[in-house]
Design a protein around this ligand. Structure first.
Ligand code: AP5
Length: 218
C-alpha cells in the first residue's frame, strides 16, 4: 500500500460492507470509517447533526448530501487517516462521489478501489432481520450466521446486543429501493473511473474476505 490509499465499500444494505471493512482495516493498519455508525452515534449523542439525521435513519432514507458530506469530511480529515483509510456507506449518491473525489484531491489521498459487494434481496432480508449489534463496542452478529456465545451479550466486551430500528422488513425494503435509485448509479461512475471491483457477497464471511483481499492486493 502506498502513502494514502483509500478503499470504499459499496453495495446494497446488508451486503456485508461493515463486516468486510472491519476485517480489512486492521489488516491494512488504517482506520475504518462507517458513515452509518457516525450518524447513529450523532443521533445517540443528540448533536445538531443527530437531530437532523434521526428521521431519515428511522425511515430508511438518505440524510441530505450536505450533512453526509460534512460528517465524512470531518472524519477523513483527521490525522489518523493521513496514511489511508477504509470507508463504508460513503459515497452513496453521485453528488457525494463527485465531492469525495475533490476532497481526496485536497487530502492528497488516492481512491484505490471501490469494492462493490452484491447480494440478492432475499438474502438481504435474512441478514438484516437477524442482525444484532453491540451498544458498547459496535461488534456485529447474526442470530444464525454468526451468533454470540451468550444470547444478547457481546463476545468482545460483554455489552448489550440490540436490533437496529431500521432493520424491520418494511424499512429494509425502503432502504433497498433508495439504494437502487440513488446509490446504484455509482456502479457506472466508478466503473468508468476504473476503480470498481465486483465482489460476490453471497458466500461465507471468510470466502468474501478472500475475494476482498485479492482485489486489494491487485
Ligand atoms: P448504514 O449503517 O450504512 O446501513 P446500510 O448501507 O443499509 O448497510 P448496513 O449497515 O445495513 O449493512 P452492511 O452492508 O454494513 O452489512 P453488515 O456487515 O452489517 O446506513 C444506515 C442509514 O444511515 C441509511 O439508511 C441512511 O439513512 C444513513 N446514511 C448512511 N450513509 C449515508 C450517506 N452516505 N448519505 C446519506 N445517508 C447515509 O452485515 C449485515 C448482517 O449480515 C450482519 O448480521 C452480519 O453479521 C451478517 N453477514 C455479513 N456478511 C455475511 C456473510 N458473508 N454471510 C452471512 N452473514 C453475513
Amino acid at each position: 500500500m502506498s502513502m494514502a490509499d483509500v478503499f470504499v465499500f459499496a453495495g446494497p444494505p446488508g451486503s456485508g460492507k461493515g463486516t468486510q471493512a472491519k476485517l480489512l482495516a486492521p489488516k491494512l493498519k488504517v482506520p475504518h470509517i462507517s458513515l452509518g455508525d457516525l450518524l447513529r452515534e450523532a443521533v445517540r449523542s443528540r448533536s445538531k447533526v443527530g437531530e437532523i439525521a434521526k428521521n431519515y435513519l428511522d425511515a430508511g432514507k438518505l440524510v441530505p448530501d450536505n450533512v453526509a458530506i460534512d460528517v465524512a469530511e470531518e472524519a477523513v480529515s483527521r490525522k489518523e487517516c493521513k496514511n489511508g483509510f477504509v470507508i463504508d456507506g460513503f459515497p452513496r449518491t453521485l453528488e457525494q462521489a463527485v465531492l469525495f473525489d475533490i476532497l481526496l484531491g485536497k487530502l492528497k489521498s488516492n481512491l484505490k478501489k471501490v469494492l462493490y459487494i452484491d447480494i440478492p434481496l432475499e438474502e438481504i432480508l435474512k441478514r438484516l432481520t437477524g442482525r444484532r449489534s453491540c451498544r458498547k463496542c459496535g461488534a456485529v452478529y447474526h442470530l444464525t450466521y454468526n451468533p454470540p456465545k451468550k444470547d444478547g451479550i457481546c463476545d468482545v466486551c460483554g455489552g448489550e446486543l440490540y436490533q437496529r430500528h431500521d432493520d424491520t422488513d418494511e424499512v429494509i425494503k425502503v432502504r433497498y429501493e433508495v439504494y437502487k435509485k440513488q446509490t446504484s448509479p455509482l456502479i457506472d461512475y466508478y466503473t468508468k473511473a476504473g476503480n470498481l471491483v465486483y465482489i460476490n457477497g453471497a458466500k461465507d464471511v471468510s470466502e468474501v474476505f478472500k475475494e476482498v483481499s485479492k482485489a486489494v492486493a491487485s
